[in-house]
Ligand binder design. Structure first.
Ligand SMILES: Nc1ncnc2c1ncn2[C@@H]1O[C@H](COP(=O)(O)OP(=O)(O)OP(=O)(O)O)[C@@H](O)[C@H]1O
Length: 251
């Protein structure tokens, strides 16, 4: 995916200003920047939740117009800044909801609960349970979201995003609210995603710099809606403009 001159205005506020960026396939790309820099707005543009006021998205040269309701069909999944699970569904049902784009029987088969539909539901249930086990939260399969420890909820949300077998996975502050031990495990998980699912590209918005520097192949830095730097984690660490954006010019 390529972003060409993306601009977003909310009334008089410029949330994104002429952002152009190549998203490398099968890599982890970090998007960092101070609060209000435009990171989530960038995710919202990629998901079609916010229409850019200028610029366009392309894939292989073709213009992309993402629609929030058909994202998973186009290979895009996302987690949210908080947890964002469906409250009325159990953990395993939440993860199955992420996999519905892979459901095989049609509408009428599901409506009349025909055998093909039940078989497929069993298949999705198995897929969801496997994912929960892989992420170490299989024991919570039948629990409801409000009973989960925060870190477990975050993992379930990640399992739901992975259930759609995305080619592009957007992670919005996956380490937010987690302790050091959980962050260590999360780092290993994120770094392994492009291999786990071949060619899967990960976009990571995160304030936890240790995590970003550990898992990202490349990092893009936003400040007041402008892209001020892109590079490897080592290049970003040494970039004076990035230090200014985070710490202020004096520092
Ligand atoms: N729907 C909206 N309407 C008006 N202003 C908005 C809207 N969404 C975001 N903004 C503003 O756009 C700017 C960028 O917000 P955004 O949430 O993208 O920043 P961010 O980098 O994700 O911040 P944070 O790190 O705090 O999550 C902020 O000034 C924010 O207040």
């Amino acid at each position: 995916m390529e972003l060409h001159g993306i601009g977003v205005r909310f009334g008089g506020l410029v949330a994104l200003d002429d952002v152009s960026l190549d998203v490398p396939i099968g890599k982890v790309l970090g998007i960092i920047g101070p609060n209000g820099a435009g990171k989530t707005t960038l995710f919202n543009v990629i998901c079609g939740l916010v229409q850019p006021t200028s610029g366009r998205l392309t894939h292989d040269g073709r213009v992309l117009r993402p629609q929030p309701h058909s994202l998973t069909r186009h290979g895009i999944s996302r987690t949210l800044q908080g947890v964002g699970l469906f409250k009325g569904l159990t953990v395993v049902e939440n993860v199955m909801a992420g996999a519905t784009c892979q459901a095989r029987p049609g509408f009428f088969s599901a409506l009349f609960a025909l055998p093909a539909s039940e078989r497929d539901e069993g298949r999705l249930n198995g897929l969801a349970l496997d994912l929960l086990d892989e992420l170490g939260v299989g024991d919570y399969a039948n629990a409801y979201p409000h009973t989960l420890p925060y870190a477990v909820g975050k993992r379930v949300a990640l399992a739901r995003a992975l259930a759609a077998q995305p080619r592009l996975l957007l992670l919005d502050e996956p380490a937010g609210g987690l302790g050091e031990e959980d962050i260590g495990e999360l780092a290993a998980l994120i770094a392994g995603l492009p291999k786990r699912q071949e060619g899967c590209t990960v976009l990571l918005v995160e304030h936890h710099m240790d995590l970003v520097m550990r898992v990202c192949d490349r990092v893009a830095v936003l400040d007041f809606g402008r892209l001020i730097a892109t590079g490897t984690p080592a290049q970003i660490r040494e970039n004076p403009a990035v230090a200014d954006a985070y710490l202020g010019a004096a520092a």
